[in-house]
Design a binder for this molecule. Structure first.
Ligand code: GDP
Ligand code: MN
Length: 389
């Protein structure tokens, strides 16, 4: 799960990680008041930062330095409600609903540090580079020697020796080195304790007054561990999530939007993956991943149909169900009820296998529904790919 920069910074501050602090604003008046508050604390400069779940905001016009309350208000008027386009948003951009008005800092250097899970190693890895503010993927690819990578043993955390090695790599000496060591150890502690997937600080700023400050914070949490962190789960901003995925989750469906044209309704994650692959091998492409689970009710199946059909890219549907614990006749009843309920006008191919399959097929055949029956996954995938051509 992704959170906004202001939320990521709030979480890091709990662990003693020094961040560029700010005040959240959702109206131009609040933004103006935020500047006044920062000014009263001695800041002459502030930074208005659009809060969307995407990086590259600076280049897209979502990060602006401001010098007065009036200027802050004007910037807020332009930014709030704008569709901010960055290399990480959809082409139409992402709507800006919140601004983080931050203390403006005088920067001496911009560095990069991040922790991410290395799936090959099976460990989190601390990455550090002296070149901050740049896409780290570019550095990793073009000049890997400019990127330090240190695996972290979760039980131990980032050791002082590792943190010192990273500080040396970044060219930090004296107090700056000491500050950076504390910063990195705290960042790693937050990453491990909060079940993060990514904790990326880009840039990590060295200020003119020798502080080590997180200027930006991109923190992603492992959705499967959110039950351990209800306060973080509550940080989810549904405006930033795919509307269909949010809806599907409320019905216990595992749904992920993809960009193909064939809607898939499958029980079991492995079977869903195999179904997508088989569609691909017949020259088609899946519009979604959907695992309705092992105990989907008629209501959940109806909902699944509705969600699939709400995607205008969907030109046909393949239902692929293996009745194990779940019986095929129960599924067939669900499919029939759902298809009648949602006024189906596109091709529907159904492949059923497993317990009570004969009864299930009978029900489908006598339902009066305009559906195509398939007798294997391969056959079903072939039929739906032909039907949507
Ligand atoms: P991103 O573009 O979405 O990654 O947004 P960032 O939070 O990383 O901000 C983009 C850039 O704005 C940073 O790389 C900095 O160069 C600049 N910036 C942000 N805050 C300050 C600040 O307080 N002072 C100065 N001088 N520059 C800042
Ligand atoms: Mn950044």
């Amino acid at each position: 799960m992704k959170v906004h920069e202001y939320q990521g910074k709030e979480v890091l501050e709990r662990y003693g990680v020094r961040t560029q602090r700010g005040i959240l604003a959702t109206t131009p008046e609040e933004a103006q008041a935020a500047f006044e508050q920062l000014a009263s604390q001695g800041h002459e400069l502030a930074v208005v930062k659009a809060q969307i779940h995407a990086g590259g905001r600076g280049k897209g016009g979502g990060v602006k330095l401001v010098k007065s309350a009036e200027e802050t208000r004007e910037v807020a008027v332009t930014m709030l409600g704008m569709m901010l386009k960055t290399h990480q948003t959809a082409p139409e951009g992402q709507k800006v609903r919140k601004l983080f008005v931050c203390e403006g800092l005088d920067l001496a250097r911009e560095l990069y540090v991040g922790i991410a899970l290395d799936r090959a190693l099976g460990l989190p890895v601390l990455m550090a580079s002296a070149e901050g503010g740049v896409e780290i993927e570019t550095i990793a690819e073009e000049r890997p020697e400019a990127l330090l990578r240190l695996p972290i043993i979760p039980d131990t955390g980032l050791t002082s020796a590792q943190a010192a090695e990273a500080a040396d790599f970044l060219g930090l000496v004296g107090d700056l080195k000491t500050n950076a060591i504390d910063f990195l150890i705290s960042l790693a502690k937050a990453y491990i304790e909060l079940d993060c997937e990514i904790a990326e600080i880009n840039p990590l700023a060295i200020t003119e007054d020798n502080q080590v400050v997180a200027l930006d914070a991109k923190i992603n949490f492992d959705a499967n561990a959110l039950y351990r962190h209800p306060d973080i789960a509550a940080m989810q901003d549904i405006h930033e999530e795919d509307a269909r995925e949010v809806e599907a989750a409320t019905f216990g469906l595992n749904y992920i939007t993809l960009d193909g044209s064939i809607g898939c309704m499958v029980n079991g994650a492995g079977l869903a993956m195999a179904t997508m692959d088989t569609i691909q091998s017949h020259g088609g492409s899946a519009a979604n991943f959907l695992d309705v689970g092992g105990s989907a009710t008629e209501e959940a199946i109806t909902e699944a149909f509705r969600i699939i059909l709400s995607d205008e890219n969907v030109k046909g549907i393949l239902v692929n169900i293996f009745g194990g614990i779940m019986k095929c006749d129960v599924i067939a009843r669900g499919v029939i009820a759902a298809a009648k309920n949602v006024d189906l006008t596109i091709p529907l191919v159904v492949r059923l296998e497993g317990t009570n399959v004969e009864r299930g097929r009978e029900l489908l055949n006598s339902s009066g529904l305009d559906l195509i029956s398939a007798d294997s996954l391969d056959h079903g995938a072939k039929l739906i790919c032909e039907a949507v051509k």
